[in-house]
Ligand binder design. Structure first.
Ligand code: MN
Ligand code: MN
Length: 273
């Protein structure tokens, strides 16, 4: 069975529309799919997943959060997108993005950039504004040549527009996901730059806060890491998930439909659905 429980569409930072993602998933012969855009379930308003056709789609989302000052992400899988808890969560996460955008804009204006907020909101076109939208606006306004230069001069670490996010706590995110009937899964634990012992501490804390699983495989990854994460999940009593973290075609390390085989000792999240 081919399973991919972590993908993005152009409802967040992917390039494909939800419909294009579904038809490519069909071509790739994926059996079980979740679209997990950042802090939004908008993709599910644009597709019709009823009926028995493959892939079978479970609704999902990828929430940004924070643990001991480190940005971590949590997948909400098999959620009810119309539940009060998920609605509440997406509204709160969106307003966190907007208030950050306001602070970035204020600081850019002080650095001489005019119309930064309105210009960037126009670029984001109703979506949640982020630094890449600011970068586009800065290019559009003729202030920099390309997005790379925007980050180098104005948006990157230590620059005027470098404003930290203030996300909901891990505890709050897990509560929202479970309140929406979903399974809370810590996304790509290998990507936070944690030492092995700190990672295990995160697993334990995640489990104590009500988290149910971890993403044992995220795209192309070192088999040694897969084994370590599988062992860590088992030790903490957590279920296992796998996903490509697909954003766009042409990235072989995050290819839609790539084989993602969980080690035999894992208990897959989907067994309980
Ligand atoms: Mn992520
Ligand atoms: Mn992702």
């Amino acid at each position: 069975m081919l399973v991919d429980l972590h993908t993005h569409t152009n409802a967040s930072d992917g390039t494909l529309s939800p419909d294009e993602l579904l038809s490519r998933s069909r071509e790739a012969r994926i059996d079980l799919l979740s679209i997990t855009d950042h802090d939004t379930v908008e993709a599910y308003n644009r597709i019709d997943v009823a009926g028995g056709s493959l892939p079978h789609v479970v609704a999902g989302v990828e929430f940004s959060s924070e643990w001991r000052g480190i940005g971590v992400q949590v997948l909400g899988l098999n959620i009810d997108t119309s539940s009060d808890a998920i609605r509440c969560a997406t509204v709160a996460q969106r307003s966190a993005r907007i208030s950050r955008a306001e602070r970035i804009a204020e600081r850019l204006e002080r650095a001489g950039v005019k119309n930064a907020l309105a210009g960037t909101l126009a670029v984001a076109d109703g979506g949640a504004p982020g630094r890449r939208h600011f970068a586009c606006y800065l290019v559009e306004a003729g202030i920099v040549k390309d997005p790379g230069q925007a980050f180098k001069k104005l948006l990157g670490a230590g620059k005027a527009g470098d404003v930290k996010h203030q996300w909901a706590s891990l505890e709050q995110i897990i509560e929202w996901i479970r309140g929406g009937g979903g399974t809370a899964v810590l996304a790509h634990p290998g990507k936070y730059g944690l030492t092995r012992s700190k990672r295990l501490r995160l697993f334990d804390e995640f489990q104590r806060l009500g988290g149910q699983g971890i993403e044992v495989i995220s795209g192309r990854q070192d088999p040694a890491l897969t084994q370590a994460l599988a062992a860590g999940a088992a030790a903490a009593g957590l279920l296992a998930a796998c996903g490509s973290d697909f954003h766009q075609p042409g990235q072989p390390w995050a290819r839609l439909g790539m084989p993602l085989r969980l080690p035999a000792e894992c208990r897959p999240v989907w067994d309980a659905w």
